[in-house]
Design a protein around this ligand. Structure first.
Ligand code: 5GP
Ligand code: ZN
Length: 104
């Protein structure tokens, strides 16, 4: 946990759409599509570059949760996006998975 990290704070006290052990989903404050969720791990790493810091079982559960969240929202077709680094559009430096869909 990093005290000055927005997503560490939202992990603890945000409005969660879905929760599982070590992961939550929230709605993006500035949605880019009818459905735009963010999946956040409790474990703070700055970006996807540090994915190796997750034990394999935890990384697998994170990806399963991304898929579960999409299914729970009724999404069949959707995008899963991770921006890595500022030049790629990353603005919050706590790993998160965008789940974007709901066009029809
Ligand atoms: P990034 O640009 O780092 O890939 O994604 C960060 C995302 O976090 C953006 O889509 C942005 O709209 C969202 N975001 C920024 N601040 C907040 C906030 O306070 N609450 C929520 N729910 N989303 C936020
Ligand atoms: Zn954090």
């Amino acid at each position: 946990m990093t005290t000055d990290c927005l997503f560490c704070t939202l992990y603890r006290e945000g409005d969660h759409v879905a929760v599982t052990d070590g992961f939550v989903a929230i709605r993006d404050i500035n949605p880019q599509a009818p459905t735009h969720l963010l999946v956040l791990p409790e474990r703070h790493v700055d970006s996807f570059r540090e994915i190796g810091e997750f034990p394999p079982e935890e990384a697998k559960r994170m990806l399963d949760f991304v898929a579960d969240v999409a299914a729970r929202e009724g999404l069949t077709d959707y995008r899963v996006v991770v921006n890595v680094g500022p030049s790629a559009g990353q603005t919050v430096f706590h790993l998160h998975w965008h789940v974007i869909g709901g066009w029809s």
